[in-house]
Write a protein that binds this ligand. Structure first.
Ligand code: BES
Ligand code: ZN
Length: 587
């Protein structure tokens, strides 16, 4: 064998890293991390030979073996998707290597925020987002989920700031103007789960195993929104077995965080757009929690098998949600998922291969291939299997899957072999081949059904009775508004806004569905509110449809470009890249 992962230079015939000691200084003036990474091998090298590491925009100052012998190295020109291969000539009998290096101000995993981009406005903020292949812009590493590492970290920051890592806290020491924080990660993780944040941060307890972190001005609201996290943990353990990561803390990020949530182990990162004030968006926390089993414990071997992470996790998320909020609410979320899936499949019209569960991503940037397909098609596939086997048998199978593959990285073939062994015939019965290696949604997909969905469907594009809509959950509003968007008839935007003040909605899911509808219908107040939203949040789930809706209309196409130009510097590097691609402009 040699290279296995389309997105890494990792070569399984070379030394394999098992542990990392990371020492860095966070330099907010220059926007770089500077320090060293010591990489420990699984076994000392028997003979001299090359070791290929992934890097992106790193400056390598020096490399030596752990016992101090200098190591020659060469950095290749950067590949646009993978970054630059760093080849080390490692001598025999080396237990590992130490690299001194610094990151670039443009590191794709890092966002450096000015004080003005934070809630408090007084201190800068820095955070990482390594999934899928950005860890290599923070440190030289075998950046593939096939390699798992434990680590220790020592991080030097300005004394007013705190460091948080997706790891266990070992202590903080203040030396004059500088604070040193020490962390360690005892459980082996794939590099995409390496994560940290630096800023003015405070916490509130949520339960015996969890607390929420946020900037001081946000932390009370976050504690109220996430008060049910402890109940969520217990529900999840009831379904999937003991929680394997000791703590489940939640960090509420600044608004430019590009995702809804990121399952960094022990410390999930979430967007502040979840703070709707009514706990209606906490399914995102359930989702990140569910990754503790499906993703962080049983990990996709590379991005071609991403559905094993996300499809299983959406399934697990909805099982947790069903326990806590019941079947009806969960069915609404499943219906939203199905609508998003159908839309994504339509968008991939000219690239149907990206609607397979198993994808082929050599030379393809995973950030560009990202969509809801692995999430919602994966979810539907598992629901189909569940329906075939019956829930008790499927639950037992899921637990066995987690036990069998815990702390391993697996491919779709590992999954199918497991199924053949433990539920012979099931894959064939549900036409698994069509799900895994075929386009779109196979016909045997179950449709979400529930009382509340039936009522919404009966309403169609007519205006709801005030007493009916007053009782709607945000998910029902979203479904109703999306139904209007799909209906050919002119939407009654004025009447809806006058009665329900949708342009002022504090729930971003509802607001964005509303703005998409308003922009399509040419409802003037939607334009200003959209432009404002595009300046206040950086979550790609909202940026993408809003920029797309603005640029779809000849009258607002120029607004889209001007808005992007004004806000691009404040977006996360990944979001900037993705939106620039969508608008056809320079990032
Ligand atoms: N792991 C993902 C986020 C991610 C995926 C980041 C790929 C980078 C590359 C996370 O668990 C996720 O799926 N977040 C969703 C939440 C959801 C489906 C409830 C999101 O961000 O919207
Ligand atoms: Zn996920």
């Amino acid at each position: 064998m040699a290279r296995l992962d389309p997105h890494s230079y990792f070569d399984d015939t070379q030394a394999r890293v098992r542990a990392l000691d990371w020492h860095v200084t966070v330099d907010f003036d220059r926007r770089v991390l500077r320090g060293s990474a010591a990489l420990h091998f699984v076994t000392p090298t028997a003979a001299p030979g090359p070791l290929d590491l992934d890097t992106r925009d790193l400056r390598i100052h020096a490399v030596a073996t752990l016992d101090g012998r200098p190591v020659a190295f060469s950095l290749d020109p950067a590949d646009p998707v993978l970054g630059a291969r760093l080849r080390l000539d490692v001598p025999a009998e080396a237990a590992g290597v130490r690299l001194t290096y610094e990151t670039s101000p443009d590191a794709s995993a890092l966002q450096w925020l000015t004080p003005r981009q934070t809630d408090g406005g007084r201190h800068p903020f820095l955070f990482s987002q390594c999934q899928a292949i950005h860890a290599r812009s923070v440190l030289p590493v075998q950046d593939t989920p096939r390699v798992r590492i434990t680590y220790t970290a020592e991080v030097f920051v300005p004394a007013p700031l705190r460091v948080l890592m997706a790891a266990a806290f070992d202590g903080r020491e203040v030396r004059g103007e500088v604070a040193i924080e020490r962390w360690h990660m005892p459980q082996p993780i794939p590099p995409y789960l390496f994560a940290f944040a630096v800023g003015e941060l405070e916490s509130r307890e949520l339960g015996p195993r969890s607390r929420v972190w946020a900037e001081p001005g946000v932390v009370e609201r976050a504690a109220a929104e996430f008060a049910d996290v402890d109940a969520m943990l217990l529900a999840a353990e009831g379904l999937f077995g003991p929680y394997p990561w000791d703590r489940f803390d939640v960090l509420t990020m600044p608004p430019s965080f590009p995702y809804g949530g990121m399952e960094n182990p022990r410390l999930t990162f979430v967007t502040p757009t979840l703070l709707a004030g009514d706990r209606s968006l906490v399914n995102v926390v359930a989702h990140e929690l569910a990754h503790s089993w499906t993703g962080n414990l049983v990990t996709n071997a590379d991005a071609e098998h991403f559905w094993l992470n996300e499809g299983f996790t959406v399934y697990a998320e909805r099982r947790i949600q069903e326990r806590l909020e019941g079947f009806e609410i969960t069915a609404l979320h499943a219906a939203l998922g199905r609508a998003a899936l159908d839309e994504a499949i339509a968008e991939f019209g000219d690239q149907p291969a990206l609607t397979h569960l198993r994808t082929h991503l050599w030379e393809v940037d995973p950030d560009q291939a990202y969509s809801v397909v692995p999430y919602e098609k994966g979810y539907l596939f598992l629901v189909t299997l569940e329906a075939h086997l019956g829930r008790p048998a499927f639950d037992a199978l899921l637990r066995r899957y987690i036990e069998t593959f815990g702390f391993q990285s697996i491919t779709t073939d590992d999954f199918t072999a497991f199924m053949q062994q433990h539920a012979p015939g099931a894959l064939a019965a549900v036409h698994a081949k069509a799900w895994i290696d075929g386009p779109g949604v196979p016909e045997n997909a179950p449709a979400p059904r529930s009382l509340r969905l039936d009522r919404l469907r009966a309403l169609g594009a007519t205006l709801p009775e005030p007493a009916v809509a007053a009782a709607w959950t945000p998910a029902e509003w979203q479904l109703y508004l999306q139904g209007l968007l799909d209906a050919a008839a002119a939407a009654p935007c004025e009447a809806l806004d006058a009665r329900w003040r949708l342009t002022d909605s504090r729930n971003y899911e509802v607001l964005v569905a509303w703005l998409e509808l308003g922009l399509r219908a040419g409802y003037a107040p939607a334009v200003d509110r959209t432009v404002a939203v595009l300046g206040e949040v950086g979550r790609m789930k909202y940026l993408k449809p809003l920029y797309r809706a603005l640029s779809a209309h000849p009258e607002t196409k120029a607004v889209a470009r001007a808005t992007f130009e004004r806000n691009a510097a404040g977006y996360h590097p990944i979001a900037r890249q993705v939106i620039a691609g969508l608008l056809g402009v320079a990032p």
